[in-house]
Design a protein around this ligand. Structure first.
Ligand SMILES: C[S@@+](CC[C@H](N)C(=O)[O-])C[C@H]1O[C@@H](n2cnc3c(N)ncnc32)[C@H](O)[C@@H]1O
Length: 270
């Protein structure tokens, strides 16, 4: 059994060593990850692991990686994309049409290796068809993990990433190269990727839609509340916020959003 005595001191020291605020995550999440590493290293005391971290700087990178869970795939939770496309996005584009507003800006925050970001681009192409040329579309994918962003920029994926993708979509928007599938340029040119810590001060602004799915799940309550309030400020009026299926809007900003679809976690800024 791992002894978690002096846990607070350990976290303070870890933050200093890694130059990162690990309190972003809940204690139980941190403890599970640390426990897995210590068991692997055959250690029982936090002080021993701290000593190991000090003398093996690469363990910090390893820990960072273990804290980032990158699981994702194209059209993940497909029912959300169906509702988003047929109801929310359709309505949003109609409203823009009426106002003669041709700019649409979407942010895939915590996009991992890019599947979510490219899925959003495909949804827009499906909905707008040739009319997409009349719009100024900007889709930004960001993640804290540079390796994930580098991978996203290449846009080449294994077949396992398409378990919720319909065959005609796969054929239309991807080019088969050997065993893998490459995103075609028509999709690629709608998106850009950048490395970004969601908890840093910088965030894209004037957004119509923010997707932040399966990212905040391990963030502490306070971090979530601050982030949701930032999201509110980054969105245009009537802009949409979409969370993961097991995530819920909490804190003061909860009352400033209207719940559009509870099952799909789609919220609208009022
Ligand atoms: C499970 S993936 C979610 C991918 C995609 N949104 C989806 O739902 O399929 C979670 C991603 O959040 C990223 N992440 C975690 N903390 C972050 C932070 N502070 N800033 C930006 N990205 C973060 C991780 O690196 C990881 O790639």
């Amino acid at each position: 059994m791992i002894e978690f005595d002096n846990y607070e001191i350990f976290i303070t020291e870890l933050d200093k060593l890694a130059n990162y605020d690990f309190k972003t995550y809940t204690d139980s999440f941190i403890k599970r990850r640390i426990q897995a590493r210590m068991t692997r290293l055959n250690m029982r005391k936090l002080s021993d692991y701290l000593h190991y971290l000090r003398s093996n700087p690469e363990e910090i990178d390893r820990l960072h990686h273990d804290f980032s869970i990158h699981v994702t795939h194209f059209f993940r939770d497909k029912s959300m994309y169906d509702v988003f496309m047929l109801e929310s996005l359709f309505h949003l584009l109609n409203e823009k049409d009426k106002l003669g507003d041709r700019k649409i800006k979407l942010w895939s925050a915590g996009c991992s290796s890019g599947e979510e970001t490219y899925t959003i681009a495909i949804i827009l192409l499906e909905l707008l068809g040739n009319r997409i040329q009349d719009f100024n579309v900007e889709i930004v994918g960001s993640d804290i993990d540079k390796a994930a962003i580098d991978f996203a920029k290449i846009g080449k994926y294994e077949s396992s990433q398409f378990k919720e993708t319909e065959k005609d979509i796969l054929d239309k928007y991807f080019q088969k190269t050997g065993e893998d599938y490459l995103v075609i340029d028509e999709v690629k040119k709608l998106v850009s990727f950048k490395v970004l810590d969601l908890l840093s001060a910088f965030k894209p602004r004037n957004l119509d839609v923010i997707f932040c799915r399966n990212v905040v799940i391990y963030f502490s309550q306070q971090v979530k509340e601050t982030l949701f309030s930032d999201f509110y400020n980054c969105l245009n009026k009537e802009g949409l916020l979409i969370l993961g299926k097991t995530e819920t809007l909490i804190g003061p900003s909860k009352d400033k959003f209207k719940m559009l679809n509870i099952a799909e976690r789609i919220y609208k800024k009022e």
